[in-house]
Design a protein around this ligand. Sequence first.
Ligand SMILES: C[S@@+](CC[C@H](N)C(=O)[O-])C[C@H]1O[C@@H](n2cnc3c(N)ncnc32)[C@H](O)[C@@H]1O
Length: 214
Amino acid sequence: MTATTDSPYLPAAGHDLLLPFYDIVTRVLGVERTRAALLDQAQLAAAARVLDVGCGTGSLLIALKRAYPGLEAMGADPDAKALARARRKAGRAGVSVHFDRAFGSSLPYPEQHFDRVLSSFMFHHVPPAERPALLAEILRVLRPEGRLELVDFAGPGTGAGVLSRWLHSQQQLAGNGEDTVLELLHRAGFSEPCLVGRAELPLASVRFYQASKK
Ligand SMILES: C[S@@+](CC[C@H](N)C(=O)[O-])C[C@H]1O[C@@H](n2cnc3c(N)ncnc32)[C@H](O)[C@@H]1O
């Protein structure tokens, strides 16, 4: 089933009421450093058009545009409130980013449109049953030789961190194991998916993945 803008989704901070605190909490948790590492990993000097799937309040795209002003940057997220915040933040930062309200499994872009698709702490918000459709859609909008650059919390068995333990108890990290993510990327048709890094935040472990389109 294709997701429509009315389909349910898990918002950035778990609940709409907590959205105003999302940016400050993620800053305290060290998420900004993780996003910067994802941008380094993406080698964006070689890219022209980039999409952030599940862009939330737009922090990754704003950092991206500050570092690479010439890049065309787009963000997609089903959460209208997060997108409104993202647009305001981009305006204040004086950067041009195009934001669309959309689910990752139903992206409003043509085939082969992006050099890079970025995904930062979005994967654990997508129910495991929907992940194959999400990855197939990302593959569709990537150009040949384009890449998905993904970072998310580590899966079961990694143990570290209060936040990780809480997310595990909410079942959000089921399916985030390294082998499971790599297998999903492989099955979706990505070429040579790989784990490119592990990092520890104050309250959680994170994993960085990269996967190409042939
Ligand atoms: C934890 S937030 C991460 C936001 C942002 N990428 C960041 O690094 O701060 C997860 C985001 O995924 C979005 N999301 C949830 N389900 C989604 C789906 N099926 N497709 C795309 N985005 C989704 C949520 O609305 C939320 O903004």
